[in-house]
Design a binder for this molecule. Structure first.
Ligand SMILES: C[S@@+](CC[C@H](N)C(=O)[O-])C[C@H]1O[C@@H](n2cnc3c(N)ncnc32)[C@H](O)[C@@H]1O
Length: 252
C-alpha cells in the first residue's frame, strides 16, 4: 500500500503530543463536542464521564501522523485484526471514527470493488486527509461521511459491520452514538470495538484512552447489542464483537 502522507506540520504536531503520544483536539482550540445534556441529566453522570469512566478528549487531526507511525503495524497488527473479522467481498462496512483512513484503506481491499467502506469522522480535516490517502492508493469504494457527536449520518439498516478502531472511548455521547449504530446495522450485523486493554498497566497508553472488557460490555449491552466474543491475540488491544439481534430489526 503506498505510504499516505497526511498534511501535517511535524514540529507543530509534536508540540501537541501528550504523554501517550496523542494530541488532543481541545488543546488545539478545536471545540470539544458538547455534552449530551438530556442524557447526562437522565443518567446523572458527572460531566465528562459515562458509567463511571472518564470520556477521553477527541484526538486532533493535527496529530494524524501518529496514526501512520512506523511502529503501528507491529503494535496493532491491523491485518491480523481484520482477518479475525472474516469480512466478505461485497459487504458494506462502516469505519466509524476513520481518522485519516489507516483502517479504511485496508477495509477497501477486503470488501473489494463490489463492496463499500463508509468512513465517518467528526473532524472534516481527518476526512480531507482520508480522501487524499484514498486517491493516492487508487481506491474508489471508500465513501467519506461527516459525522457529528449527535448523528452517525450512516444510512439505516445497510451496514454489515461497524468497526471502531481506537474510537469508542472518545465518543462524547456514547448512548447517542450506539443508538445510531444500531439503526445503521442490518439484522445480525456486527459492531466491533478495538480498544487498548484497560486491564493491563503495561500498555503504554493513558488510562482514559483504554477500556476494560467489563466496562465495554456494561456500556453496550443495555443499548441493545448482544456480546458475541472477544479476541485477545493482539499485543495491546481487545477486539470486542457485538451483534444487533434480529429481533431488534423486527421492532423497526
Ligand atoms: C484515535 S483516532 C483513530 C482514528 C482511526 N480509527 C485509526 O485507528 O487510525 C479517533 C478518531 O475518532 C474520531 N471520532 C471521535 N468521536 C467520534 C464520533 N462520535 N463519531 C465519529 N468519529 C469520531 C476522531 O475525530 C478521530 O479521528
Amino acid at each position: 500500500m503506498p505510504r499516505p502522507s497526511p498534511r501535517i506540520v511535524a514540529a507543530f504536531a509534536f508540540a501537541l503530543i501528550l504523554a501517550d503520544g496523542r494530541p488532543r483536539a481541545e488543546a488545539q482550540g478545536v471545540a470539544a463536542p458538547p455534552a449530551a445534556k438530556a442524557q447526562r441529566k437522565a443518567r446523572r453522570d458527572a460531566p465528562g464521564t459515562y458509567m463511571g469512566r472518564p470520556i477521553a478528549g477527541v484526538m486532533s487531526y493535527e496529530g494524524a501522523d501518529w496514526l501512520f507511525r512506523d511502529t503501528r503495524e507491529a503494535e496493532e497488527q491491523p491485518e491480523r485484526m481484520l482477518d479475525a473479522l472474516k469480512i466478505q467481498a461485497g459487504q458494506t462496512v462502516a469505519d466509524i471514527g476513520a481518522g485519516a483512513g489507516y483502517t479504511s484503506l485496508r477495509l477497501s481491499r477486503r470488501v473489494g470493488p463490489k463492496g463499500t467502506v463508509l468512513a465517518t469522522d467528526v473532524q472534516p480535516q481527518m476526512l480531507a486527509m482520508l480522501r487524499d490517502n484514498a486517491k493516492v492508493a487508487g481506491v474508489t469504494n471508500i465513501k467519506p461521511i461527516r459525522a457529528t457527536q449527535a448523528a452517525t449520518n450512516l444510512p439505516d439498516g445497510q451496514v454489515d459491520l461497524a468497526l471502531m478502531v481506537d474510537v469508542y472511548h472518545e465518543a462524547a455521547d456514547p448512548e447517542t452514538l450506539l443508538r445510531g449504530i444500531l439503526k445503521a446495522l442490518k439484522p445480525g450485523g456486527r459492531l466491533v470495538l478495538v480498544e487498548f486493554r484497560g486491564e493491563d498497566p503495561d500498555v503504554p497508553i493513558k488510562p482514559e484512552h483504554k477500556m476494560t472488557l467489563a466496562q465495554v460490555r456494561k456500556e453496550l449491552e443495555p443499548q441493545g447489542f448482544r456480546f458475541r466474543e472477544s479476541f485477545e491475540f493482539l499485543p495491546w488491544q481487545h477486539i470486542i464483537v457485538f451483534e444487533k439481534p434480529a429481533a431488534e430489526a423486527e421492532k423497526k
